[in-house]
Write a new protein. Structure first.
Lengths: 230, 82
């Protein structure tokens, strides 16, 4: 067999493997496609564009997923959070268009369905980070702690960018961060929340309600597997 | 909203579904920093990367890097150009 034939054979094997993976994951991919599309719509609404039609189409296409119970609790939680962001940007004043009001009530229906599911958790998990074995554990640990903090700091910054988005006040970003720490058991979000709370306190804000939520999130995370936003 | 890496992983899987392996490879690279510990992610990423290399090598044999131009005819009818 010449090299071209070997490559052709290998191409067939690799394509076949990927096709089978996709086929096996087809139901899951449909859900991910729905979440990704909703995320695209939310990003469009960020830019102030009209999204009523898009979100209406999304509900029409994805309602079956909910009725067929194909969504995991984490999916419902994630969709709920994105819908929450979209609803926050809908113009729901007295003169709101009927279509906008319909979308708003549809979002509420989804969110109510979401709260009916137990055991909500984050989609992505990662095990605890461990330092590589070394003959100089003390120095290695010191260097590793700096790298790990640097890594955390980067993740926390990305998280903050996600939470802040187009929010008008830091308190809104803090609200999202605390929700992520509580619902998704996200330890990065917990630390980020405490950071924001301390900053607000230093600037004269009343933070007691947020401190209580932080403590509640901390209790939930005790004994829970290490989960980060990354 | 989804984090950039989550979205990239999602887009990579959807690109695999469309058999757009080049796009899938690019999305896997974008998601890689956050999913390096995920075995399934690594398997799919490396398989896609290997497939792209194989296709590139085969392209050299088969001259697939040339642009194929197809003419389209309205209503399936060929018309004379004036």
């Amino acid at each position: 067999m010449n090299q071209q034939a070997v490559l052709k054979s290998l191409e067939g094997v690799l394509e076949s493997f990927l096709e089978q993976v996709v086929s096996h994951k087809q139901p899951r991919l449909q859900v991910l496609e729905g979440i990704n599309r909703l995320d695209d719509i939310a990003r469009t609404s960020d830019k102030g564009l009209e999204i009523t039609d898009s979100i209406g189409d999304w509900f029409a296409a994805n309602n079956p997923l909910l009725s067929e119970s194909r969504l995991r609790p984490a999916d419902i939680s994630r969709i709920g959070m994105i819908l929450n962001e979209i609803k926050g940007r809908l113009d729901l004043g007295d003169e709101a268009a009927p279509a906008t009001q319909k979308i708003s009530s549809e979002i509420d229906r989804w969110r109510q369905t979401g709260t009916g599911h137990e055991g909500r958790k984050i989609v992505l998990r990662r095990g605890p980070e461990t330092a590589a074995p070394t003959s100089r554990p003390h120095f290695a640990e010191e260097a590793d702690s700096i790298d790990r903090f640097r890594s955390f700091f980067e993740r926390a910054r990305n998280l903050f960018e996600d939470f802040a988005g187009n929010k008008k006040h830091l308190l809104s970003a803090l609200d999202d961060s605390l929700s992520s720490a509580t619902i998704q058991k996200n330890r990065d979000a917990l630390i980020l929340s405490s950071f924001i709370i301390y900053y607000l306190k230093q600037n004269g804000y009343k933070v007691d309600p947020y401190v209580q939520r932080l403590r509640k999130a901390q209790e939930l995370l005790k004994g829970h597997p290490h989960v980060t936003g990354g | 909203m989804l984090q950039a890496a989550e979205k990239a992983y999602c887009e990579a899987l959807l690109a695999l579904k469309r058999k757009d392996y080049r796009a899938a490879g690019e999305f896997f690279e974008q998601a890689a920093p956050n999913f390096a510990q995920d075995k399934e992610f690594c398997l799919l990423r490396e398989t896609t990367r290997l497939l792209l290399v194989v296709k590139q090598k085969l392209g050299k044999y088969e001259n697939e890097d040339t642009i194929v131009i197809e003419e389209a005819f309205s209503n399936g009818q060929e018309t004379e150009l004036l």
